[in-house]
Design a protein around this ligand. Structure first.
Ligand code: KG4
Length: 333
């Protein structure tokens, strides 16, 4: 089954062609990061406009690069929630038009289910059940993947997402947007014990997380140092902050895996690119004799191949939509 898939929930416009879920024929991504960098974060109107400008060309290129014809496409999958509503609407409108023009079904895909499915592309042997930590710019959740389309959220952040926290810390340090990668790079030359940051807990909800206290602690530290004219050890600050984020994520995910008896642990989403989090997961999983799945960097961030992959399993479960499909800013997994 050949699926044309579309992703436009934030600042990447992406179109892919996949075969039977896991075989990626092409994965075209246009990143808008350059357009938003000057503002220090994503500007929703600019994101929507840029998606409109590039999506048709990207789809034409995807079909050409995949070596298929339009007539070979069996369905169109689209990331329809959650995300910046104007941005998601562009992808949904394009996907509905394409599906109508081609006379094929349209498959709505939850963006975070897509991130989790990036692991199926990277690891052909991976099948549910497994436990997955999904960490991106807008979402942070621990998910029990019972089956391809039967996912249960065990816990989630109560405030900021982990990626948002990286981006805000990068902003206050003047490291630009998106901030996760530069914080990660700098942290590698730092001492992760030099600064002490709080790790959020939510009473009676062991798998829920909170990052706003950590974010505020870093911002206050930086502002305080600026006011006193003191120099900060930025690499050590980045290392201590990354260690605190990781300490919030890794032990919780491992505890959930133990409680549910899951032997396979996966990580997904843009923040899964973080070297400290990857390193801590590798150590934790090795210590418990479990198996770890973390996609390569190119499949961690937003892409359309993951939407095509999850779309295949949604289609097999009978989850298709009609021309009345809408876009949603928020949606349960
Ligand atoms: O999954 P993604 O591309 O978009 C969303 O669906 O949100 O994730 C983007 C997030 C941004 O917050 C970015 O700063 C973060 O992933 N990120 C990282 C790293 N690379 C990207 N965070 C920490 N360390 C990294 N190496």
């Amino acid at each position: 089954m050949i699926i044309l898939s579309v992703e436009s929930t934030c600042d990447e416009t992406a179109v892919a062609v996949t075969e039977n879920g896991r075989n990626v024929l092409t994965d075209q991504i246009f990143s808008q990061a350059r357009l938003h960098a000057v503002y220090g974060g994503v500007v929703p109107e600019i994101a929507s406009r840029s998606h409109v400008e590039v999506i048709s060309q990207l789809a034409d290129r995807a079909v050409a690069e995949a070596g298929v014809t339009r007539g070979d496409i069996d369905a169109v999958a689209v990331s329809y929630a959650p995300g910046l509503i104007g941005a998601v609407l562009v992808g949904v409108s394009f996907a509905k038009s394409a599906a109508m023009a081609l006379g094929v079904p349209i498959i709505p895909v939850h963006h975070i289910r897509g991130h989790i499915a990036a692991n199926y592309i990277a690891f052909p042997e991976l099948e549910p059940p497994f436990l997955c930590l999904a960490i991106s710019g807008g979402n942070t959740m621990i998910v029990d993947v019972r089956d391809y389309t039967d996912l249960h959220v065990l816990g989630a952040t109560r405030d900021d997402a982990a990626g948002e926290c990286f981006d805000k810390v990068a902003r206050v340090l003047g490291l630009g947007y998106p901030g996760g990668a530069p914080v990660d790079r700098l942290s590698q030359g730092g001492d992760d014990k030099k600064y002490h940051f709080p790790i959020g807990h939510v009473a009676d909800h062991p798998y829920d997380m909170s990052f706003s206290g950590l974010k505020t602690a870093v911002i206050n530290l930086v502002h305080g140092a600026e006011q006193r004219g003191e120099a900060l050890d930025v690499p050590s600050l980045c290392a201590s902050f990354s260690a605190a984020v990781s300490a919030s994520l890794v032990p919780r995910t491992m505890a959930a895996a133990r409680e549910l008896g899951r032997e396979r642990v996966a990580v997904a989403g843009g923040v899964a690119a973080n070297s400290r989090i990857r390193h801590d997961f590798e150590a934790a999983v090795r210590a418990e004799g479990k198996q770890l799945f973390v996609p390569p960097l190119r499949l961690c961030g937003d892409n359309a191949a993951m939407i095509g992959c999850q779309g295949y399993y949604e289609y097999r479960a009978g989850h298709t939509a009609g021309p009345d499909l809408n876009a949603y800013a928020t949606m349960e997994l």
